[in-house]
Write a protein that binds this ligand. Structure first.
Ligand code: MG
Length: 248
């Protein structure tokens, strides 16, 4: 009986406060927390995978003028059937323009005729700021080291899953890349970051990049500014199409 009495007492004690706080909350003007400025600018989304209105189209299937070879001359990759394809030993290509923080959409296709294994099958790659490689590889039933398979940030980050389509099928990468920050003395104050979707599947989630991509040894940072996007010639006839970028 005593217990019930004290419980009732506590309830009676708390009740007015509960009622009061609810009333009190209803007195707060909800418009006080509405933010009206600034107004986001309007971007018209593209149809499907097509470029939104504020994107720079880097390759539309025919015009490769946004790209240059390593020597600064027009690219020697094959441009045919709405895509550009690596021609062995013609070298890597890079954008004329330089970029920092960006959203990149790029479509790629590894050769339908399966040849080679591990790193020798459908190898290419997308280098952000000329340094940080998101790997392109035929990783469909093709085992290689996990931090070098398709969707890896080469030798740094294993993709969260293997979302590869079959060789010969077009695939998409949608990437959000954040450039590294250096102070005036060239000291790294914030590393680069990457979030990437392959065929709509999250494969890299805000990964903190450890430094430039290297085949041997450990990655490291050296101060740099904006730089081109580079596509790798690894000797395999990998194709690219529908490439667009939004500067962030
Ligand atoms: Mg590669």
């Amino acid at each position: 009986m005593r217990k019930i009495c004290s419980l009732l007492f506590i309830i009676l004690l708390i009740l007015p406060f509960a009622v009061y706080s609810q009333d009190d909350e209803e007195k707060i003007d909800p418009t006080l927390t509405e933010v009206w400025e600034p107004v986001p600018r309007v971007v018209v989304p593209g149809d499907g995978n097509l470029a939104p209105s504020d994107a720079i189209v880097l390759f539309n299937g025919a015009d490769a003028s946004e790209w240059l070879g390593k020597d600064g001359n027009p690219i020697k990759w094959k441009i045919e059937d709405g895509c550009m394809t690596v021609v062995d030993k013609t070298g890597e290509i890079h954008t004329r323009r330089v970029f920092g923080d960006c959203q990149l959409h790029i479509e790629f296709r590894t050769p339908v005729k399966v040849k080679g294994e591990s790193q020798g099958r459908g190898n290419s790659g997308i280098f952000f700021m000329d340094r940080y490689e998101l790997q392109v590889l035929d990783s469909y039933e093709n085992r290689s080291y996990s931090n070098g398979q398709c969707g890896s940030i080469y030798k740094q980050a294993i993709p969260l899953v293997n979302a590869c389509r079959k060789p010969g099928e077009w695939q998409t990468y949608d990437v959000v890349f954040t450039a590294p920050r250096f102070n005036d003395d060239g000291i790294l104050i914030a590393p680069a970051r990457m979030t990437a979707f392959q065929n709509g599947v999250l494969i890299q989630n805000n990964f903190e990049i450890k430094g430039n991509t290297v085949y041997r040894g450990m990655p490291a940072y050296a101060p740099h500014g904006k730089a081109p996007i580079r596509l790798q010639d690894h000797g395999n006839p990998v194709s690219y199409r529908n490439i667009w970028i939004r500067e962030l």
